[in-house]
Design a protein around this ligand. Structure first.
Ligand code: FMN
Length: 449
């Protein structure tokens, strides 16, 4: 498959050469009646095959200790190009693509699915509620060599969860999700995962969340779940409010680690400035982006298999992603300055302009992810104003940068990522004290329901 944009020339250190920091797992009590029994009830014998696929990916890439969340209209190919220039190791998720879009746009697939090879490790997220289309879409996407296929069971947008009846609404139909995941796994060569919330409306008990995980993992080869640790409200509040109003309940996430020891769970939601108080009371504190990685490391130290960050990685890509390789993966820093990153990005941007016809993508599309590049730095407001004016005139990324970057002082442009501040890594250390009671399964009832 062809990516028509400029392929970034960068010197990647092979991932297997990098000594990875091994997070210490907390010895949480495990008194769950094991999943091996569940597996026997499963009607699928793909476990072995899937295990091999998973091992293949792990051997090739670093583990997904840190990933950038799927965000519609944000984590497009341009944003991911920028993100990859800043961090070589973060896993990058695409925006959600509806299965129908892939199926009906078969003639234009590169526009939706192609990406530069440097973007590995990369995960495609698809959404849908029609098994035929999900199967066809996965088969078509398989040719693009994504490293994992993720299924969206977390989106509360009325367009998705309402009329389309997919996204988070599917949490109420785990049997369907199990079928969908089996269909996806049958049509791809790579591991599959589910991204979900911790509940929907009044279906928000820990046991209901466990029933969902239990059924989906018993009915399909899904072994990795990304848990956005707040429930979704389908009462008409906006998607943005649905990412703010329902309180975060990380204790559900940590209880899943205890109760499903053979599954992998990535924690998501508000991993940017939780402090102990906000964690224990559910009151969110204001964003404090520079110390995000401390919370990520604290979660990994408390046993999380992976940490996924969304909005913070978009609003402040330099500071949030800049520390990932060193602080999370223990790898050397790239040493690139912002200016050098922008030079590489400009080459990419100018090569991709207009590739898909009708001025698509245009300068505005390509520059959009860069707008947060100087978050909180001197000159940031002026840069935004100059950017607004430059959008009216500039037809190339090069001319755009020439016009707008004068707002930013040289010392900002020529700085590399600063040393990560030292801080507490024990924020989740007391989580055991507030975990919900262990999950009690009614296995026959659940699996055959
Ligand atoms: C603009 C925007 C678009 C999003 N689109 C998706 C999406 O396509 N699929 C998905 O699973 N989640 C989507 N999300 C949710 C994020 O993946 C993530 O779960 C959420 O923002 C919580 O993480 P955070 O607190 O680190 O931002 C979106 C979030 C935002 C802000």
């Amino acid at each position: 498959m062809k990516f028509s944009g400029y392929t970034l020339i960068s010197s990647f250190t092979p991932f297997h050469c990098i000594p990875l920091k091994k997070p210490r797992r907390l010895p949480l009590d495990i008194n769950f009646k094991t999943a091996s029994k569940i597996r026997r009830l499963s009607t699928y014998n793909q476990k072995q095959q899937n295990h091999c696929k998973a091992e293949m990916v792990v051997a090739k890439y670093p583990p997904p200790l840190f990933s950038v969340a799927p965000m519609m209209e944000w984590t497009d190919v341009h944003y991911r190009t920028l993100a990859r220039l800043i961090s070589k190791h973060a896993w990058l998720y695409t925006e959600m693509l509806a299965a129908e879009t892939i199926v009906y746009q078969e003639a234009n697939l590169d526009r939706f699915l192609a990406f530069p090879p440097e973007q590995h490790p990369i995960v495609l997220q698809i959404g849908g509620n029609n098994l035929d289309n999900i199967a066809k879409a996965t088969k078509l996407a398989n040719a693009y060599n994504y490293d994992e296929i993720n299924f969206n069971c977390g989106c509360p947008s009325p367009r998705v969860a309402g009329h389309g009846c997919f996204g988070v609404r599917l949490m109420l139909d785990p049997k369907f999700v199990g079928e969908a995941m089996s269909v996806i796994a049958a049509n791809t060569d790579v591991p599959v995962s589910v991204k979900c919330r911790i509940g929907v409306d009044d279906h928000d008990s820990y046991n209901e969340l466990c029933d969902f995980i239990y059924k989906v993992s018993a009915l399909s080869p899904t072994r990795h779940f990304i848990i956005h640790s707040r429930k979704a409200l389908l009462n008409g509040i906006s998607p943005a409010d649905n990412r703010k109003i329902p309180p975060l309940k990380y204790e559900y996430y940590f209880a899943l680690l205890r109760d499903f020891p053979d599954l992998k769970f990535t924690i998501n939601g508000g991993i940017n400035c939780v402090d102990e108080v906000s964690f224990l009371t559910g009151v969110n504190t204001p964003i404090c982006l520079c110390c995000l990685y401390l919370y990520a490391n604290a979660a990994l130290k408390a046993g999380a298999h992976g940490v996924m960050v969304g909005r913070a990685a978009y609003h402040n890509p330099w500071n949030v992603l800049g520390h990932v390789d060193t602080a999370i993966y223990g790898a050397p820093a790239s040493g690139l300055t912002r200016r050098q990153i922008l030079e590489k990005y400009q080459v990419y941007g100018d090569a991709i302009l207009g590739t898909y016809g009708n001025d698509r993508p245009n300068v505005r599309d390509v520059i959009k992810p860069i707008l947060g590049f100087f978050y909180f730095e001197p000159g940031n407001s002026l840069w935004k104003r100059k950017a607004d004016a430059a959008f009216q005139r500039c037809k190339t990324v090069k001319s755009f940068f020439e016009e707008a970057l004068v707002a930013i002082p040289d010392r900002v442009l020529d700085s590399t990522i600063t040393e990560a501040p030292i801080g507490r890594e024990d924020l989740f250390a007391n989580v055991e004290g507030i975990l919900p009671p262990p999950y009690e399964t009614r296995e026959e009832e659940l699996v055959y329901a």
